[in-house]
Design a protein around this ligand. Structure first.
Ligand code: FEO
Ligand code: CA
Ligand code: CA
Ligand code: CA
Length: 580
């Protein structure tokens, strides 16, 4: 360990067993509180949640959205007050249309598309810790929803006057907001992941361009069928609207009327997240492209981010985007995606830097990036600047960095940038761990702490690595998948120095655990629960009264429906989460 001191014990809690219960389990001495489930008004006194799904689009736009994912706590006030009051900013990744409307999604109407758009995006709520230790939402001038119809701006090399962004409607909205990031200057980054799912067409003559095909744009999309009622999402009638998605979007929580800005220099792909660190005054932002066989990227700012800010410029508009190449000998390099460099020349069909960024995946193909097993979250160890990335599962790609073929359980790769400078262009990598169950794969060495499909990832300030899982329900329910011992999705804590991991909590049935943030004192942890009850047929018997209520977390209301929520985790003794 770098300091030369004896390592202190990082994992100071008793691990919990796997679970298939429709509830949370946490270690002895910990308690949880459910905060802001889907439909909670973002201001006390706002439109109240209706358990039958009958809130209108206008009401949904003043309520917490659906399917919580990435999240960040921005403290308000100084000193101890900063851990008692703050803005909680969180993503709403997608919608389950069978839960969103009272009559399900057999028929799609413009009103339904409006409500679905209002349930996407980002929520900003002001929260405070009461004397009894519980957290609550308070009224705030900063409370806000950013949705699929919020006016947005574009910045960086792809400007709104670019012909590829000319659409039939004003620029608006952010969709499929997956993992997140936060900048040193106090803004939130939300990341557009599976945006291709929202577009489709009934025009049988339509065929995708090569670039659209590379991003998975198709006539049927992800099954939302919005194009049937809303021409904005008809890929044949409005072909450029799709180019307005796939970006990193910056939101300033201190400017509740400010437009979110799409930062195009960070590239266009299925951004899982955007993990920001600093190196010698430069901003460095890592982002995975979550598709089987896609890539890991990093953006390195040009010069001091503080100077850009002082001059009124965004540090995220000035810099170079790179894509990762992992060699089988444990070395690696970052390949620039810069017009005129390497394969990305005019002679090879690349018009300019905007063209490179609009077609980031094809540019990365052209320079020889390394195919990966679905890159999800990336985290930087605050103790030594090592970088960790979850590869949730995938095909295996005949390279050493994806060592299983196929890879049903996923793994975590780690790299050290040369000179521990996150702006460096070379690195050394190793496999931090292989997820899975040693009963089915003897390369796995997790003891009782088996898990699969790592996804959410984050370090706390003491260097504990928190790992969250997203086993898909189709896999979990399949008898042949090798997941039968693993139970519900979970969160574990790892010691990066020893490789030990220990299960910290398990979530309700059908839910993914995704999104993690702390108060500055680390005595409160916020965790998100996404899609409880998603197709959980294997683990319960639906009742006639509530056929989808195999999970009915967190309300357990027999006439209600399961709801995504944020969960507050605290210790009964008020100590630091995870510590001894
Ligand atoms: Fe939205 Fe790749 O998780
Ligand atoms: Ca998710
Ligand atoms: Ca994810
Ligand atoms: Ca996932």
């Amino acid at each position: 360990w770098e300091s030369g001191h004896r390592p202190t014990r990082l994992l100071g809690f008793t691990g919990v067993p796997t679970s298939t219960d429709d509830d949370f389990t946490v270690p002895d001495g910990y308690r949880i509180q459910v905060l802001i489930p889907w439909g909670t008004p973002i201001r006390p006194g706002g439109p109240r949640w209706r358990e039958d799904g009958s809130n209108s689009a206008e009401e949904q736009a003043e309520q917490i959205g659906m399917n919580h994912d990435g999240m960040h706590f921005f403290p308000l006030g100084a000193g101890r007050e900063s851990s008692r009051r703050g803005l909680l900013v969180l993503n709403h990744e997608y919608v389950d249309q069978s839960l969103l409307f009272p009559d399900g999604a057999d028929e799609i109407t413009a009103e339904k598309v409006g409500k679905a758009l209002a349930a996407h995006g980002v929520s900003i709520v002001e929260i405070e810790k009461r004397r009894d230790g519980e957290w609550r939402v308070v009224d705030s001038r900063r409370a806000r929803r950013v949705t699929g119809t919020t006016p947005v701006e574009f910045s960086g090399p792809v400007q709104l006057d670019h012909p590829s962004l000319a659409s039939h409607n004003d620029p608006m909205g952010t969709l499929n907001n997956c993992s997140s990031g936060a900048t040193p200057w106090g803004t939130y980054l939300t990341c557009e992941e599976n945006w291709n799912n929202y577009f489709g067409t009934e025009d049988e003559s339509w065929e995708p361009t090569p670039s659209q095909a590379r991003y998975g744009v198709s006539a049927t999309g992800g099954g939302y069928r919005w194009h049937e009622a809303e021409p904005r999402f008809d890929i044949a009638a409005n072909p450029n609207e799709v180019n307005r998605f796939g970006w990193i979007v910056e939101i300033d929580p201190e400017k509740p009327r400010g437009a979110p800005v799409k930062r195009t220099a960070l590239g266009r792909f299925k951004h899982e997240g955007c993990t920001v660190t600093e190196s010698r005054g430069k901003v460095v932002a890592y982002s995975g492209d979550d598709q089987d066989g896609d890539y890991i990227y990093k953006f390195v700012g040009e010069g001091s981010w503080r100077v850009h800010r002082a001059l009124g410029r965004s540090p995220l508009d000035h810099g170079t985007l790179y894509v990762a190449r992992f060699e089988d000998d444990g070395s690696g390099s970052w390949l620039p995606l810069t017009h005129g460099t390497g394969a990305l020349t005019t002679a090879n069909g690349w018009a300019d830097q905007a063209d490179v960024l609009l077609r980031t995946r094809e540019a990365a193909d052209a320079v020889g990036a390394t195919k990966m097993d679905r890159p999800e979250w990336i985290a930087v160890n605050p103790k030594n600047q090592d970088v960790y990335c979850t590869l949730t599962n995938g095909s295996g790609w005949d390279n050493a960095v994806n060592p299983r073929k196929p890879n049903p359980y996923g793994h975590i790769v780690r790299w050290t940038e040369t000179g521990r400078d996150n702006a460096a262009l070379t690195f050394e990598w190793d496999i931090f761990l292989l997820a899975g169950d040693q009963e089915y794969d003897d390369r796995v060495d997790l003891g009782a702490n088996i898990f699969g499909s790592p996804d959410g990832l984050g370090f706390d300030r003491e260097g504990r690595l928190w790992i969250q899982t997203d086993v898909s329900n189709s896999v979990q329910n399949s008898p042949s998948a090798g997941y039968d011992n693993i139970g519900n999705n979970q969160m574990l804590a790892g010691d990066p120095r020893t490789g030990e991991v220990r299960r910290f909590l398990t979530g309700p049935r059908g839910a993914e655990i995704s999104g993690i943030t702390f108060t500055p004192d680390h005595k409160t942890m916020f965790v998100n629960v996404q899609h409880p009850g998603e197709s959980t047929g294997a683990w319960g018997t639906p009742t006639p009264e509530n056929p989808r209520a195999v999970s009915n977390w967190p309300d357990f209301d027999p006439t209600g429906r399961p709801r995504s929520a944020t969960v507050v985790v605290r210790r009964t003794d008020g100590g630091v989460i995870g510590a001894a």
